[in-house]
Design a protein around this ligand. Sequence first.
Ligand code: ADP
Length: 432
Amino acid sequence: MRRLVPALPALAALALVLLSGMPSPAASAVLMALVVATTVIAVRGIARNDHDHLRTIGNLLDALREGDLGVRSAARGGDWTFLSERFNALAEHLHDERRAQQENLQLLANSLAALDGAVFAFDSGRRVRWMNPAGEALLGRSADQWLGRHAGEVGLASLFELPSGTIQAQVFDGAPGRWQIKHAALRSRSQSGWLLVLQPMERELREEEAQAFRRVLRVLSHEINNSMAPIASMADTLGRLLPDADSALDASLRDDIRGGLTLIEQRSQSLQRFLGGYARLARLPAPRISPFPLRPLCERVQRLMDAALVLEIEEGLWLRADMEQTEQVLINLVRNALEAGGAAPVRLCARAEAGRCHMEIIDEGAGLPSSDSLFVPFFTTKPSGSGIGLVLSRQIIEAQDGSLMLRPGAGGRGAVAEAILPLHDPGQTPSP
Ligand code: ADP
């Protein structure tokens, strides 16, 4: 219909001529001039309108290209209505796609943030572009302090040299651990880079080692106990069968035999007790988790140890843990601290931090031996040590979703054993 508008003056003039007859030459000239003028005006008006609509659509397309997906076309009339509808449908579609993409990205970011593995993204020049919270925790600083730094400055460059999937012991921010290291090249249309993932393996590997250790221990205890029990009882029986003093047997020979039999009996009994201690490791019961206040527990340990133990316990701390097993751990750690010597009293400190209870047993004794084996079963530097205190304590703590580590004390004096356990939510604390 719009296209007919420029023809309307000519059609009107034609109708006039047909209805009222041919006008005079002068009137015809005026009519002609009128028809030409109105036709030109109509054509220019339509052209200007089209031009305005085209510019508007062009501007809207520019806005889309620059990412403003909220724009819509309001052009109406003939083909413009059709074009506007198509344009608006396209903008709507792009808008929906962007929203879906943002939701996916958010989901991905949340999943990466929840991972306990550290994830790092590097650009093609191996400069840090992104890391998840586990990555920040691993490096001990927030991401913005590392962004743009080279992998070498961050201490991660050497990990790219290892075959992907390698399990390696590594110290990050002073904390040693074993990690599975995976890396892969990243390629997108416009960029390339590297992805590095460090999955903590310490706990899994320790659990596997502990299980292997428990299996060996079960077999050994079974075999040794089976032999020891008859040896002890046989020695006892033989001792009782020995003829008494007024028999013909030489007195000193009889005393030698009796002494030997007593020794066999004592040693086999003590070996059985000794094995019984190790078997505790293999038979550690599952923790019975419940809320309890920490201070009374620490005071009990203080009384039990009967030694100068200073308590520095934050007020109102409640743990969600197995009370008896936690007490066992504190006893082990305090005993180690006391056995390390040192003039200063041992301190047992506890504080809340980020929903966890940090308990530190601090001594100023001889300091830790230079060994990676502190938590290896049977490792001991003491003449009568058993070497199971630390490994048992760590097993107990980790079974309660906690962690245990030992480090040199401040200024290199003595040692600090730090056990971290979940705090009980104060909102649910039953009154003591
Ligand atoms: P044990 O006490 O029977 O030796 P543990 O497993 O408790 O067994 O300890 C293993 C070793 O760790 C100890 O022999 C000692 O060398 C070291 N250790 C543990 N705690 C301390 C400490 N507070 N200071 C110095 N060394 C320690």
